[in-house]
Design a protein around this ligand. Structure first.
Ligand code: ADP
Length: 403
């Protein structure tokens, strides 16, 4: 089956075409800066690369550009759109309703719309992407895969905030958690690598990228995670503050910050960028820190310290942990950051092996020392493949079209 995966953001449409069950990638591409004069679109297939620069007014236009790229006679990936058997879509917020990937129908679309308020920047373009794909591909199955769904198993003790109950009942204010496709993907892969059943592992999964989150996984199910109602809570991120004293917000409000400027401050000007004053990218910061830049060193140290605190908290709630997993751009590639995070945890039975750690850059493997009680693993994530797999599992018996 050919499965086309979409990840639609406010100004970009990423897509990837897979062949399942072989899991080969037939094409991948992106439309960037949708809604502007200087938009661009690109496609990469085993046959070559295509790049377009032109104004792309809106989403329907973006999807028609994707169609042209995929059908390009020279470097495209399809002879006809009818070759696509199903589409899978990343949807950021599934609210309390969706505990797993779901086939798209009108009711599901309404369900995504019902939680627009909880993810105002993400769910509207996610839904537009689904609607465009339904129009473009006609009567083939479409599947929605939610970033929140894997965390549906989090118990009330972990998902409720210490706020009056009506805020939960009337406004649905609770922890939802995000990066679920990634936490689930690496948890399942870890279970395989450990030779255990997927529901027999206790894990702490650290997804460290521009956005970062940690999850506590018990018997294969998420029981807590660092992101909350929104992706702002928890770890220090590229430009997001993560946890802070809510009192800071009133304090700044009284100093004249309005809602929008607070939003920009905490989402776009904080985190690694805010502390270092120079970059949100750990590669730049590692270089600067090695060159003696104290602010860059502080940013990396605070980033690592926050992860260590969450690992400590999750060790306490899980009691037995089979493995700590590192994934995401930073978790997979930055061995120095892994060392920073797990330094001085030997009394807790966690010891990293320096030479194994330096070998596993962007590739899966175990990096703990032989004396470590808990395993430490690097596992590259693949959210698009996770979506393609769910879409395949849900549609393989019903998909139409030519293969
Ligand atoms: P996103 O959350 O946007 O998907 P990624 O998972 O791609 O982000 O992670 C981006 C982060 O990963 C950046 O801070 C970048 O510096 C870091 N990163 C990517 N590649 C490397 C590398 N080879 N070495 C160290 N850090 C890396």
């Amino acid at each position: 089956m050919k499965i086309l995966v979409f990840n639609c953001g406010s100004s970009s449409i990423k897509f990837k075409l897979f062949h399942l069950p072989e899991e080969t990638v037939l094409a991948e591409g992106v439309v960037d800066r949708v809604g502007t004069e200087d938009a661009s679109a690109s496609l990469k297939t085993p046959r070559g690369k295509l790049e377009i620069k032109r104004a792309i007014e809106d989403y329907p236009h973006g999807f028609s550009v994707i169609k042209d790229l995929l059908l390009d006679p020279k470097n495209g990936a399809l002879r006809s759109l009818a070759e696509v058997n199903a589409c899978g879509h990343r949807v950021v917020h599934g609210g309390e309703k969706f505990s797993g990937s779901m086939p798209v129908d009108d009711e599901l679309e309404q369900g995504i719309e019902a939680v627009f308020e909880l993810a105002p920047l993400h769910n509207p373009p996610n839904l537009t992407g689904i609607q465009q794909a339904r129009q473009l591909f006609g009567n083939i199955p479409q599947v929605a895969c939610f970033d929140t769904a894997f965390h549906h198993s989090i118990p009330e003790i972990a998902y409720r905030y210490a706020l009056p109950e009506d805020l939960y009942l009337d406004h649905k204010i609770r922890r939802y958690g995000f990066h679920g496709m990634s936490h689930q993907f690496v948890a399942r892969r870890a279970a395989k690598m450990l030779g255990k059943h997927k529901y027999a592992v206790n894990l702490i999964t650290c997804h460290l990228g521009n956005g970062s989150s940690v999850a506590a996984i018990k018997d294969g199910h998420s029981i807590d995670t660092s992101m909350g109602l929104t992706p702002l809570e928890g770890l220090v991120m590229g430009t997001r503050s993560g946890d802070l004293d809510p009192g800071i917000i009133f304090y700044l409000h009284r100093k004249g910050y309005d809602t929008d400027s607070l939003d920009t401050l905490l989402n776009k000007r904080s985190g690694l960028l805010g502390i270092s004053g120079s970059s949100n990218d750990v590669r730049d910061l590692e270089l600067k820190a090695n060159g003696g830049d104290e602010k860059a060193t502080l940013a990396l140290d605070i980033f690592a310290y926050r992860i260590k605190k969450y690992i400590g908290a999750y060790l306490a709630i899980l009691n037995r942990v089979d493995a700590i997993i590192f994934t995401g751009g930073i978790g997979e590639n930055d061995s120095a950051m892994r060392t920073r995070v797990l330094a001085d945890m030997d009394q807790l039975g966690i010891i990293i092996d320096d030479s194994r750690n330096s070998v596993h850059i962007g590739e899966a493997g175990e990096i703990q020392a032989v004396t470590s009680r808990t395993k430490v693993m690097v596992i590259p994530t693949n959210e698009e493949l996770a979506i393609a797999r769910d879409t395949y599992a849900m549609t393989k018996n019903i998909a139409h079209g030519d293969t």
